[in-house]
Design a protein. Sequence first.
Length: 636
Amino acid sequence: MPNLLVPDDSEEREEPPTPPEPYAPPELNREAWGRAARRLLAKTLGAFAYEGIIEPVAQRVGGGEAPRPEGGRGRADGPEQEHGPEQGPSTYTQPLDDGSALSFRARRGAYDDWLVDADSISHRGQPFTDPLAFLVRARRTLGLDGATFGHLVGELTATLAADTRLDHTALPAARLAELGYADLEGHQTGHPWLVLNKGRVGFSAVDTARWAPEARRPTRLPWIAVRTDLARYRGVDALATPDRLYARELDPAVREGFAAALRARGLAPEDYLYLPVHPWQWDEVVLPLFAPAVADGAIVPLPGDADLRLPQQSIRTFLNTSRPDRHTVKLPLSILNTLVWRGLPTERTLAAPAVTAWVHALRDADPFLRDECGVILLGEVASVAVEHPLYDHLAEVPYQYKELLGAIWREPLQTQLAAGERARTLASLLHTDPQGRAFTAELVARSGLPPQVWLRRLFGALLPPLLRFLYRYGTVFSPHGENAIVVFDDHDVPVRLAIKDFVDDVNISAESLPEHDSMPDDVRGVLLTEPPSFITQFIHSGLFVGVFRYLAPLCEEQLDVPGSDFWALVRDEILRHQARFPELKERYETFDLLTPRIERLCLNRNRLHLDGYRDRPERPHAAVAGTVPNPLAPPT
């Protein structure tokens, strides 16, 4: 009897394959790394100083420290000094653990924030450009424990590597202006506020090269069938049954192929739901953690469809480039990126179509939103959620294990645009090309409008629908740069707003309003509520602090629009809206956007000091530390 563990010498043996040689991407070179590192260090100093994580010291002209306000500038428990939007640059020093200090020049912004000159940073008289070295030299100053520091270095390094890739393939602003919505997404540089904005903890270098938005690689997604004792379907009225969804999303031959694959295993197709799955998620999460369901035939791999899909900035969202009329699909991806694990919570996934139906009903019954604003609400119109048989029933397990498998189908943007219109995410307006040309400056030049007129059109497109939902319905979206989409006419003039990501980012006022009486129980049970004093923070932090505080200095530098004029234009749009609807005067006081100071939300503190990289049963939220001046407050 032959020994199956020992090769038979009588047979010809194949030589083992030659192992592949290590590969380094061409963008990882000293010059590219240095450019990206210099920028990220300046961003780190500015972001940490804004959140009070570090406290740079202003230097007197001629040397020495300038007087500091009691409690220290930027401290969460001390009074902040008021700053206008047009503060000139000054020199600051930031003490390090060894008693030395970094020196740099920075301007103070409208929110008492910091705009650090990347070329001015020095240490002991020598240029200093390495954010990783800064972490090492300032570890005790930053208050980092060993575990947080170790993970932080890895996430910061991954972010830098992604930045060098973006630099390597960067296009001039004029070229970017010609790109369509999906392709432009692959050129964005990520969250302007979060330092660790492309950490993608869980991805390898190969994964990043394949699945990151900056890779710009359309792909075919695999599909799976999940038995209905594990999977549940929800859809809006037009997609009330799974068959209606699949008839729109899948060609007849593909649907028949899915059914045939199940019948070949002796399984009944009517007992299953179909959904796409991210290939990384299948390999890394689904196949290991749902192995019993796969073994039992409750989860069955299927042949793929032929459509190519492109990952967008949210990384787990895929836009169909083969058939733009088909839905965008949002899939769970168990990587830690920015603040949270990027899964899909089971209950919120199931609630997404009901939330869409309610928000759409508000718009469709409101002539101002529907006809004057023409606001586009990209509804999450169908979903499949797959429970894990164990994790979903244990309250104390980390939340990432309750977000493992499912899919949300979102309305496609392209089908809702009028002839000649084109769409770009709000985040794209913050982009600057390798020659220093701001994308916004390029669009303004193409429009032929004076910069202040163009900005007035921008604010007139963005703010009225957001204000209407806030004041009239006590409802807010999170209009940050990736969720808010600006629709332009054929002259690159902003004309209206599109909004996406409802179930994750719609919040309602905790104060009872008559407009909430018609809210279905399943919607009420899933939407987060906040007191009126905080509900305005979603517009402040998402739009004004999260986007406009970066856009204002770009407009000052490249469009000659002073910061004070920029903020006056925003304020004027709010006041214009309030004057349009005087009957809501009490709501303007309840949801006060023009208060002299606002709470300072902190995004980077969460990673450094609050949650770090530990597991927890609930998703983390941004920290609040002190207050900052509100540039929208009427002048005194």
